[in-house]
Design a protein around this ligand. Sequence first.
Ligand code: FES
Length: 99
Amino acid sequence: MNDEEISKKNIIICRCEDVTLEEIEKVIDEGYTTLEEIKRILRCGTGACQGRTCTRLILSIISRKTGKPVNEIELPRVRPPIRPVPVALFAGIKRKNKQ
Ligand code: FES
C-alpha cells in the first residue's frame, strides 16, 4: 500500500456519514458519476448538515475523476416536505396549548 492509498482511506469527505475519499472514488470508478447515485449508495449528503459541507467536495471529486465540468454534473433532487411540520410531531410530543 502506497502513501496515496493510505491517505485516501483517512480523508473524510462527508463527516456526517463518515464517507471517505477512497469510497467515493471507488463508486465513481464503478460507473456511478452523478451526485444522486453516489448519495444513494454511500449516504453522503444525507447527514445532519444535509450536504452543506460535503456536496461541493463530492462535485469536485466527480469532476476530477470524469473530466466533466462541475456545472455540468447533475445535482440531486430536493424533496422538501409538502407543508411545514412541527418538530414536536416527530418527537411524539403533544402540544398542550394551541394558539
Ligand atoms: S458532511 Fe455530508 S451530510 Fe454533512
